[in-house]
Design a binder for this molecule. Structure first.
Ligand SMILES: [Zn+2]
Ligand SMILES: [Zn+2]
Length: 366
């Protein structure tokens, strides 16, 4: 069949909308009509050539939501008409997958960033020329996508599908970091560095679990204002001097947890220096350039530094739970979203890069 997809080609400023051929689902796969898809910083980075060896041309997109149109042989958990949120790809049999931690799948890199199925094929092509896909098991910058059964998480039909895509990456990363990875509890104190989509999701989750102080840190006043509305008790502008000092003035003794969503080496240090003794500094990306951890501070305060991928959460369990919270009005993640027509993907990329839009979501039918 034909699909319309946004193709990332070497040297182009943004993906271009093109007509592609898409194979039918193979055994264990499903065909999804994408209703909407979020854009995440990882899409921007990989498009610009900073992927871990990700080949081009490729169709990116990894926050897709849609409807099952067709199921391949052997698919038992999904049926035509089901609403799904697409999360990442994993093997299902390695030790991490068996422990319900698919984000740490032994085949995480090839399955999510390799651009091909594990047998070396792609479901996408153009006039006989291969186009890479399978990005996070989905390549959702397309009107139709072929995904493996494990990638598609079935969701309830009473919530609008067009807002649900970001649950697959940005929102699960931020909320999972607080709830699953750091295990923040009522009475704890939290500082979140960088309040884009992941940081604001973390702020909402910190409020949800009853954190006593929630400090949002960013350079954009508009984001700090939104952070307050979503649960931050205090805000700091990162341009206003030394952050660790300012945080210690706000929360005497330091905060119990920090979550760093930035890649600034300086912030990595500040996010440890502001911790209370035995506090934990979580981070979701890696520092840009060289960075030396403040080892004396870590040792002398019994502090921890914790890497967090995908919120350390199992999508099949966690995404339906996030939808329950949304229904109850306790996780208004739709406040982060600005919709764009699929054809306007270049504008959406641009607005996200400049920080003007927190979470762009492309509507496939406009
Ligand atoms: Zn695995
Ligand atoms: Zn992402």
């Amino acid at each position: 069949m034909k699909t319309t997809a946004a193709v990332s080609r070497e040297g182009a400023a943004a993906p271009s909308i093109e007509t592609l051929d898409l194979e039918s689902p193979r055994p264990g796969e499903v065909l999804v009509r994408i209703v909407a898809t979020g854009i995440c910083h990882t899409d921007l980075r990989v498009h610009a050539g900073f992927g871990p060896g990700t080949p081009r041309p490729i169709v990116l997109g990894h926050e897709g939501s849609g409807v099952i149109e067709q199921v391949g042989e052997g698919v038992t958990t999904l049926a035509v008409g089901d609403h799904v949120v697409l999360s990442g790809a994993s093997c299902g049999t390695c030790p991490s997958c068996r422990r319900n931690a698919p984000i740490f799948c032994a085949e995480m890199l090839p399955r999510n960033f390799g651009g091909l199925r594990m047998d070396g094929t792609s479901a996408l092509s153009q006039n006989g020329t291969r186009i890479h896909g399978q990005f996070f098991g989905q390549s959702s910058f397309s009107r139709f996508a072929v995904a493996s059964e494990r990638t598609a998480v079935k969701v309830a039909k009473d919530v609008p599908l067009e807002i649900l895509g970001p649950l697959g990456c940005g929102v699960i990363t931020g909320t999972g970091a607080i709830i699953e990875a750091l295990k923040v509890r009522a009475g704890d104190t939290v500082a979140v560095f960088g309040v884009g989509g992941v940081g604001l999701s973390a702020i909402m989750a910190a409020r949800l679990v009853g954190a006593a102080r929630i400090v949002a840190i960013d350079v954009l006043p508009s984001r700090l204002a939104l952070a307050r509305e979503l649960g931050a008790t205090d805000t700091l502008n990162a341009n206003d001097g030394e952050l660790a000092k300012a945080l210690r003035a706000l929360v005497p003794g330091g905060v119990s947890f920090t979550l760093n969503t930035t890649s600034s080496p300086e912030i990595y240090t500040q996010a440890i220096d502001c911790l209370a003794v035995r506090g934990t500094a979580g981070f979701v990306t890696s520092p840009r350039g060289e960075w030396k951890p403040p080892m004396f501070s870590i040792l002398s305060g019994g502090r921890k530094l914790q890497g967090i991928l995908g919120g350390d959460a199992a999508p099949r369990f966690f995404i339906p739970m996030l939808i329950d919270y949304y229904r109850q009005g306790r996780l208004p993640f739709d406040r982060l979203i600005r919709f764009y027509r699929f054809e306007d993907i270049a504008t959406a990329f641009h607005d996200m890069e400049r920080g003007e839009t927190i979470k762009p979501v492309l509507r496939m039918e406009s």
